[in-house]
Design a protein around this ligand. Structure first.
Ligand code: FES
Length: 130
């Protein structure tokens, strides 16, 4: 399978891998077909809603690791708010990675869904705590 240099680079040197113990939002998603899973942790500034920190743990293939690394880097580099981050799609992730092989497209979907699920969790917690 042919991977772009960017995919290989993110796979070999993943950015923001790990967990945030006191995260404001945590998202866990998986793909039932391949069995891969991705967990995303976010730390959000309550006043500005800027995502100040984001980390991931991916139990999965190289393309899923590269996708999660890329999505976390995008958010941090651009200083995105949760609203900006909600606009990120798996297509953006694929573009930033200079493409993914067709059978690996679903790996980038995990990054989109994991991020959305972490933001949903943050919003739910915020509502509860007022
Ligand atoms: Fe399923 Fe990559 S093969 S996430």
């Amino acid at each position: 399978m042919n991977y772009s240099e960017k995919v290989m680079e993110h796979f070999n040197n993943p950015r923001n891998m790990g967990e945030i113990p006191d995260a404001d939002g945590v998202g866990l998603v998986g793909n039932p077909v391949c069995g891969d899973m991705m967990k995303i942790f976010i730390k959000v500034n309550k006043d500005t809603e800027v995502i100040e920190d984001i980390k991931f743990k991916t139990f999965g293939c190289g393309a899923a690791i590269a996708s999660s690394s890329m999505v976390t880097e995008l958010i941090k580099d651009k200083g995105m708010t949760i609203d900006d981050a909600l606009k990120i799609t798996n297509k953006n992730v694929i573009e930033e990675l200079d493409g993914l092989p067709p059978v690996k497209k679903h790996c980038s979907v995990l990054a989109e869904e994991g991020l959305q699920s972490a933001i949903e969790d943050y919003k739910k917690k915020k509502q509860k705590n007022g």
